[in-house]
Design a protein around this ligand. Structure first.
Ligand SMILES: [Fe+2]
Length: 408
């Protein structure tokens, strides 16, 4: 009898301890939706964002220069984070954290983890950009948008298989059909660990805007939904009011202008003019959602063409990466709406779609197109060297669909 009551006391004790531990450590609330974003200084800093269900005031990022063994843990630097309480529906909140790792060494591999108290993510690795011009590659995706878990997962994963050494991923808007927590959850699940090890930059599309009901009708505002800033920590070096949605990044000899084509087009045109008139980089790439030469359905994104195309032409932007039309389209080198010689001054424009939604082809600009097609989920691997830019489009099945080179 004595033995049985002693055993009972032990069991109760263990259960109590377990309950207390669970309460104080919330061990199931591990950091989720962890993502790296490039900053405006990719050679010396990196941004990381994640979230938990409860608020943890002790949340931080820890990082160190990577080592071959686990001894990097002896020289860890801690970064305090900004916390945002975010409503995912009318009665439920989550907590998003963002931290920027500054003062990093160029061209160096770092390990990092995020978390709170004793609850941590795994250690992940990334590499900073070099401080000088040097060859690199990145991956560009058109709209994921629809059936993300079901269909975009394989596209992301194939891209990682074929270009695991991409320095970053660039997405040209319409990340999800609606800015809802469930659909954004699909996006992060589709990318899996890749968002934790390959930094991202992205611009918003029309589907990334806030949705409100006006007179019982679903209406999209011009503003990017708050879900964007909760999940990402992107540069704020663009014009006022479009922080983290319109910005630029110089990466090893390429100036990337990332535009928000939902709003303030004229202001962005003036901002582009300033940036391109004093551009020390050899190459210039523009990413935006609405295409200049439409190839999808009855789309005609005229306002973007009127506001921005003269600047693209004036400063001979090399490449424009776009979304929205849910087709594949790659122009010849163009200037002022006309095909120019391959070795002349001009711009190549590409539309692609990573998701499964397809529009019927609009052939209005077919004479400007070097390659055009529909029902092709794809991703693009772009390699930049001093005098050559190599562009390859792969289908979701991993086959080469299109390729070209630009030389200068
Ligand atoms: Fe769109």
């Amino acid at each position: 009898m004595k033995k049985r009551s002693a055993l009972f006391v032990v069991i109760v004790h263990v259960l109590l301890l377990h309950a207390v531990y669970a309460q104080t450590h919330s061990f199931k609330d591990v950091p989720k939706r962890i993502i790296l974003n490039l900053t405006a200084s990719p050679e010396s800093s990196m941004a990381v964002t994640w979230r938990t269900s409860e608020e943890f005031k002790a949340s931080e990022v820890q990082y160190a220069v990577s080592t071959q063994w686990t001894d990097f843990k002896k020289s860890v630097t801690k970064v305090n984070v900004t916390t945002e309480k975010f409503a995912i529906n009318d009665h439920q909140f989550v907590y998003h954290y963002s931290g920027v790792l500054n003062g990093l060494k160029p061209g160096t591999t770092y390990v990092y983890r995020v978390g709170h108290d004793s609850v941590w993510s795994e250690w992940n690795q990334f590499k900073t950009a070099g401080k000088d011009d040097a060859p690199f590659k990145f991956v560009y995706f058109g709209d994921p948008q629809n059936d993300i878990k079901e269909h975009v997962s394989r596209v992301f994963r194939e891209a990682y298989k074929l270009a695991p050494d991409a320095c970053f991923w660039l997405t040209a808007g319409d990340l999800a059909a609606y800015p809802t927590d469930d659909l954004w959850g699909e996006l992060f699940d589709a990318a899996g660990f890749i968002y934790r090890v390959t930094p991202s930059v992205m611009v918003p599309g029309n589907h990334d805007r806030s949705v409100v009901m006006v007179d019982g009708k679903e209406t999209r505002l011009k503003t990017t939904d708050p879900i964007w800033k909760a999940h990402f920590t992107l540069p704020e070096n663009g014009i006022a009011g479009l922080e983290e949605t319109s910005y630029y990044v110089d990466y090893q000899g390429v100036r990337f202008l990332m535009l928000n084509t939902n709003d303030k087009l004229q202001e962005q045109a003036e901002w582009m003019e300033k940036l391109l008139s004093k551009n020390p980089n050899k190459w210039t790439i523009v990413a935006l959602h609405y295409p200049f030469y439409n190839t999808g359905s009855d789309h005609d994104t005229k306002a973007v063409r009127i506001a921005l195309l003269p600047i693209i032409d004036k400063y001979n932007v090399d490449l424009v990466l776009q979304g929205h039309d849910h087709t594949y389209a790659r122009t010849f080198k163009l200037r002022d709406g006309r095909v120019v010689p391959v070795d002349g001054k001009g711009t190549v424009y590409v539309v692609s779609v990573s998701g499964p939604k397809a529009y019927a082809l609009n052939t209005k600009y077919k004479d400007l197109m070097a390659k055009i097609g529909d029902k092709i989920s794809s991703f693009q691997v772009i390699s930049v060297e001093a005098n050559k830019l190599s562009f390859t489009t792969y289908t979701a099945a991993g086959a080469v669909y299109d390729s070209f080179e630009l030389r200068k």
